[in-house]
Design a protein around this ligand. Sequence first.
Ligand SMILES: [Zn+2]
Length: 126
Amino acid sequence: MLEQRIAAVLEQHRPQLAELVHQAVDRELQALVAAELQRCNGTTPSAIRNGTRARPSGQPDTRLCRTCGQAKPRDGFEAGRAVCRGCRRAQHRERQRHHKEATAAPFPGAASPSSPAGIPATLSST
Ligand SMILES: [Zn+2]
């Protein structure tokens, strides 16, 4: 009963609610961006020198991934790499899987890597 009434009221006011949500999200986003900019300006000027401020204006801060061919944000790549982190992780996982299949683990958990971030140097050839 109550749920039906709530649903009916919600339906009646859906446009206003949607607008309210939109405004609230907008405000939050703007606040977040402002806070982030302030944080960067205040505490990490080097990050701005290395990042946004270094590139010429109007040029998107992206580069093409050699594996998936998609333009990804520059921070989606490791320095000097032409393959995005997502693809490298996928490649890494694929190799782990093949490796696991080739050499059956003697006991559960033995072959699972403790740190997913630790990508072996053998991947650098790709
Ligand atoms: Zn990629």
